[in-house]
Write a protein that binds this ligand. Structure first.
Ligand code: QZP
Length: 401
């Protein structure tokens, strides 16, 4: 591996963005990255990094020059063997990427999800009833942000009841594995064989109940839209990308409201703002903080020529707080238009499951707005460190009914 950039006309930072210090609070590093310039060499890992909205957006929408097929983690699949067979969606480029994408799009479209809405809304109302009955002081992470997606999403996929406790550890490891092989990855390794074995087993056709997202993927294989070899890997994408992301997205919006009580009053007065609130929380918190592309040719970013075959690390969380793009970027504000944030990515790989996440969060926020006057922190929230995700271990709070 070459650790020196071929062209030295860009600034260098030697900070480790995956250190526990930066993961605990990434904002000072992100600001330094944005201020260093449009592109910066991270000497610690031998990769280029982008922290400003304009360049992150440009790279996300240029799959021709910034490929995903060499992996969207630090590891280059052309050089190193991936820890699991690559995703057919995330870690693929056109034309291979397109058939799996086109299969998943209608299954997860707003139109297809309409039939889930009444049951998901009712489910959120029941969950909140239970949470409020359990006492006024709760951990918003365990009791809502984890509990709700784990109630509705595995059922929607069509998973059996047994073994669902593997879903969060599997996602946590997968998102750690996009980063360097640090202690966060090491901590997951001893258990990952069993956890991944369970996940892979659930992708088989006979494990998935009729009508669910999983069965619909298999039906697409029967129609010939994808092969029967591809089907289980596409189901695996749902199980990898669909749980932890939503959990931490929900935690982000709950934390935002707990720390911005006036915005909570605004949502209660106008529950239709739930969708904007979620996008604004995704912008502010960026549950998916980073991932990589790999250059397919020499490409110029700012004044710097990035050589072919180099990893480029995009800091979505930094782009989403770039003052060049956002007024008062650190403020959670339902009056702003958060569209254009890159928290769900952008371009051909933009999150295909975002409508599922939106429906889940809308159901929870609507039920909360009906029942809860105030959300108050009762102790300092505790962060959960992950190489890719900005996450909470706990958010102790009081829900005032
Ligand atoms: C993870 C997959 C932000 C992305 C890295 C989320 C993600 C998307 C897809 C997959 C995994 O296809 O396994």
């Amino acid at each position: 591996m070459t650790l020196a950039p071929a062209d030295r006309s860009c600034p260098t930072l030697d900070t480790d963005p995956f250190s526990s210090e930066v993961l605990e609070n990434p904002l000072p590093f992100q600001q330094a990255l944005r201020e260093a310039g449009p592109v910066t060499w991270l000497s610690r890992y031998g990769v280029y990094a982008l922290g400003r909205h304009a360049e992150v957006h440009a790279v996300l929408t240029d799959w021709q020059h910034f490929q995903s097929g060499a992996g969207v983690g630090l590891s280059n699949f052309r050089v190193e063997k991936p820890w699991r067979p690559p995703s057919l969606l995330l870690e693929a480029d056109p034309p291979h990427h397109d058939a799996p994408r086109h299969v998943l799009e209608p299954i997860l479209s707003p139109r297809a999800l309409r039939q889930l809405r009444p049951a998901w809304a009712e489910n959120a109302e029941h969950l909140l009833e239970e949470v409020l009955a359990s006492g006024a002081e709760v951990d918003l992470v365990a009791s809502i942000a984890q509990a709700y997606p784990l109630r509705v999403f595995p059922d929607a996929v069509g998973l059996g009841r047994e073994g669902r406790e593997n879903l969060l550890p599997y996602g946590d490891h997968a998102f750690n594995a996009f980063g360097p092989a640090n202690e966060l990855v090491a901590k997951g390794l001893p258990g990952i064989g069993a956890v991944a074995g369970w996940v892979n087993d659930q992708c088989a056709r006979d494990r998935l109940s009729p009508g669910g997202f999983g069965a619909q993927i298999w039906a697409a294989a029967d129609r010939g839209d994808i092969t029967h070899e591809q089907a289980p890997l596409i189901v695996r994408s749902l199980l990898t990308a669909g749980v932890d992301t939503t959990v931490h997205g929900l935690a982000a919006v709950l934390y935002a409201f707990a720390t911005h009580p006036q915005q909570w009053q605004r949502l209660r007065a106008e529950p239709g703002l739930a969708r904007i609130a979620f996008d604004e929380a995704v912008r502010l918190e960026s549950p998916v903080q980073t991932f990589f592309r790999t250059t397919t040719a020499d490409v110029r970013i700012g004044e710097t020529v990035v050589p072919a075959g180099q990893k480029v690390l995009m800091f979505l969380g930094s782009a989403n707080r770039d003052p060049r793009r956002w007024a008062a970027p650190d403020v959670f504000d339902l009056a702003r238009d958060p569209s254009g944030h890159v928290g769900f990515g952008m371009g051909i790989h933009q999150c295909v499951g975002q409508h599922v996440a939106r429906l889940e969060v809308e159901a929870v926020l609507t039920a909360l707005a009906h029942r809860v006057r105030r959300i108050e922190l009762t102790a300092a929230p505790v962060r959960h460190h992950n190489n890719t995700l900005r996450a909470f271990a706990s958010i102790p709070a009081r829900l005032v009914a």
